[in-house]
Design a protein around this ligand. Structure first.
Ligand code: HDE
Length: 705
């Protein structure tokens, strides 16, 4: 449906109203397919009488080229794919809104950050980076966290990741980096993984990647859920206040539910059991009204303090430790609506770090500067031309008009003679807006330099923050990092690449880590790394995910394991108790045969333990016998134990735990008689609320699953 736009007179220009938060969905309404009940028609509007049979010469004769109905249908089908994104191809998205807690006028003039009573519509797309559109969600990878704010002053895109730093310092290295991490050229393997020669070859030769690589080897690269994943703007940006004064800013997204990760074994199994694990979790949470919420945080640095750190604020391989500059939470984003159409919205959304609004500006981070070119360029080939801003999901909700015309897939029917400025035939419209009235004005940063291809000396330290990150991890997190390097390098075929990572990268991060990885790879312990200056901070506790846990079981998924003959009264009691805490309880059984009237939600085979946060076994003589006999049921609790999940069992349900030969008296295993249900339940909820029972880690290693 064409969008009519009359930018030619002052009157019509004023007739555009700044849109309210619902405007986006209203504009999407316009483009929705015809409502159900309408006749099936061709693209030219002709009603179709037969959509089952092509036109042929006789009932058994050849199909006729004349069949315009079939031709049109198949031609369209033949062109239904567009190129997937070169990176971040696999994504899942949601609509929502953002609301600032209090006016941020003291730091920015950005309109959407002024009024706490106003909401701004947002669209957020989460993504993996390496894998194609159909790859699994739970691979070890960086995640994209791209947010579009449809503000009254235009679109502001915060195109970030779930890690606060990046692999390279200069955009000119991006194609090299992406070629290295993508599946290898001869055989397009591996899908969705960095565990291969070309990735490790590149990063072993590019020490500036050391900090980001250790993040990618940490638990941050296998998030539990998109709902509990942090986001970061990565680059330092600027905020500009009404007086034109600038401050540096780093953007953060903090999930209200806390942040959690999967275990590597769990992540790999989920990739097979449910490749859509993250996408499904996000979709289902929104459908049932558990709206994901993220607080927007800012770290503000005054211009005068630009050089007070032992790293350069323009270097995207560095973060600002929160212990040096606290994160101030200034507002909250709520995702409350699933997309109507994956292709129209999630696939066609075109984010751009250069989409900024008055009050926000760039810095000279050389990675950011390169991104400003790349994102428009890529959309022109991906979305087929320069008019991708007219696609409903990309259109601003505020009025927009200019003298840009024509091009592939133009939707707007511009009326009037003038498509240039200045003009008199259109009374001079559309006109510029002075900065004081809201026109965008770039921050007047003083520039003085020679044209040169040189990296600043202030970008030279590649290891201090990698060390800081490693030293800030808890013991389980350190163990996971060691396991991840060992796993990935174990997949690298060329010995010289493995050796280079250990001897030239890891040794400069941490001698013990390098030594342990060397041992895992059968290499000699490396010699001491280069001497470095004393770090400003020995550790930054804020970097550990274990310090991001928010106790409680709200929105968690709990399996109630039982079988025919199970104690239905207890099952109902548990279901109510979990619901009261905001968790969802799933009745899981060997088959879907009802248990005293309760129909199981899924079978053990359909929903194995990796799909759940915790498991409670409910007995009944016959049910317990069936579970004890079932290898799948024993595996279920073994796996939950191995993955450090809370386990509960009452009455004869306990028989399954002993049949599975789980270690006695392990932490996070609550069990007791039927009469003990209340106590067992409280202990179970307490353990499940901690997300994982870390104290059980060593014991869990002994369990086969
Ligand atoms: Fe991107 N990046 N990127 N990137 N990026 C793209 O744009 C690029 C970088 C990020 O959900 C592409 O529309 C260059 C950093 C996200 O649609 C492309 C450089 C960060 C998404 C592109 C970077 C990101 C992209 C591919 C180095 C974190 C997905 C398709 C100079 C701050 C957005 C597209 C979505 C997507 C280029 C580095 C985040 C090719 C040249 C650093 C979240 O334009």
């Amino acid at each position: 449906m064409p969008h009519r736009n009359r930018p030619q007179s002052k009157k019509t220009a004023q007739a555009h109203q700044p849109n309210d938060p619902d405007a986006k969905s209203q504009s999407l309404e316009l483009f929705r397919a015809y409502p159900e009940g309408e006749a099936l028609r061709t693209n030219q509007g002709v009603k179709i009488a037969d959509n089952q049979n092509s036109l042929r010469a006789g009932t058994r004769g050849p199909t006729l080229l004349e069949d315009f109905i079939m031709r049109e249908k198949i031609t369209h089908f033949d062109h239904e794919r567009i190129p997937e994104r070169i990176v971040h191809a696999r994504g899942s998205a949601a609509h929502g809104y953002f609301q600032v807690y209090e006016s941020q006028a003291a730091i920015t003039r950005a309109h959407f950050l002024q009024d706490p009573s106003k909401t701004t519509p947002v669209y957020v797309r989460f993504s993996t980076v390496q894998g194609p559109r159909g790859s699994a969600d739970t691979v070890r990878d960086v995640r994209g966290f791209a947010t579009r704010f449809y503000t009254e002053e235009g679109n502001f895109d915060l195109v970030g990741n779930n890690m606060p730093v990046f692999f390279i310092q200069d955009a000119i290295k991006f194609p090299d980096f992406v070629h290295a991490v993508k599946p290898e050229a001869p055989n397009e393997m591996p899908t969705g993984a960095s565990a291969h020669d070309t990735f490790w070859d590149f990063v072993s030769l590019v020490p500036e990647s050391a900090h980001m690589v250790i993040w990618a080897m940490s638990d941050r690269a296998i998030p539990k859920s998109l709902r509990t994943m942090e986001g970061f703007g990565v680059h330092t940006f600027r905020l500009i206040d009404a007086k034109g004064r600038a401050r540096f800013v780093k953007w953060h997204w903090r999930p209200v539910l806390g942040s959690y990760s999967l275990l590597w074994d769990e992540a790999q199994k989920i990739a097979g059991k449910d490749p859509d694990f993250h996408r499904r979790d996000l979709w289902e949470a929104i459908e049932r009204g558990d709206y994901p919420e993220y607080e927007l945080g800012v770290q503000i640095v005054e211009e005068a303090d630009e050089h007070k750190f032992d790293f350069d604020l323009l270097d995207p391989t560095k973060l600002i430790p929160e212990e040096l500059v606290p994160v101030k939470l200034i507002g909250k984003m709520t995702l409350n609506r699933n997309p109507d159409n994956f292709f129209a919205e999630t696939e066609q959304v075109a984010f751009h770090p250069g989409h900024i609004v008055p009050g926000i500006d760039f810095t000279n981070d050389p990675l950011l500067q390169g991104r400003l070119f790349s994102y428009t360029d890529t959309q022109i080939s991906r979305l087929g031309g320069p008019n991708f801003h007219e696609i409903p999901i990309n259109r601003p909700v505020c009025p927009f008009q200019n003298n840009q015309r024509d091009g592939m897939h133009r939707q707007t029917i511009n009326v009037g003679d003038a498509s240039y400025e200045p003009n008199s035939v259109g009374e001079g419209w559309p006109k510029e807006t002075a900065p004081k009235d809201g026109g965008f004005e770039s921050y007047q940063e003083r520039m003085d330099g020679v044209k040169i291809r040189v990296r600043s000396e202030s970008f030279a330290d590649h290891f201090s923050q990698a060390t800081l990150f490693y030293q800030s991890m808890s013991e389980p997190e350190k163990a996971h990092i060691l396991a991840a390097y060992s796993f990935e390098l174990g997949k690298v075929k060329r010995p010289e690449i493995r050796e280079r990572v250990v001897n030239e990268i890891l040794v400069n991060i941490d001698a013990d880590l390098a030594g342990s990885v060397a041992q895992a790879l059968g290499l000699p312990r490396p010699k001491a790394g280069a001497k470095r200056r004393k770090p400003t901070l020995a550790a930054s506790p804020a970097l550990s995910l274990l310090n991001r846990v928010k106790p409680g079981i709200a929105t968690r998924k709990i399996a109630m394991l039982s079988a025919p003959g199970g104690d239905a009264a207890t099952l109902k009691q548990l279901r109510d108790a979990f619901a009261r805490e905001g968790a969802s309880a799933w009745l899981i059984a060997p088959t879907l045969e009802p248990i005293d009237g309760l129909v199981p939600d899924a079978t053990i085979a359909g929903m194995p333990s990796v799909m759940f946060d915790a498991v409670f076994v409910v007995g009944g003589e016959k049910a317990a016998q069936a579970l004890v006999q079932s290898g799948d049921a024993r595996h279920f609790v073994n796996e939950a134990f191995k993955h450090l999940k809370a386990i509960g069992a009452v009455d004869t349900g306990r028989l399954l735990l002993s049949a599975a030969q789980l270690p006695d008296h392990a932490d996070g295993v609550a069990q007791g008689d039927a009469a003990d249900l209340k106590r067992v339940l409280a202990a179970f909820i307490e353990a499940a609320g901690q997300h994982r029972v870390w104290s059980r880690a060593a014991l869990a290693e002994t369990v086969p699953a």
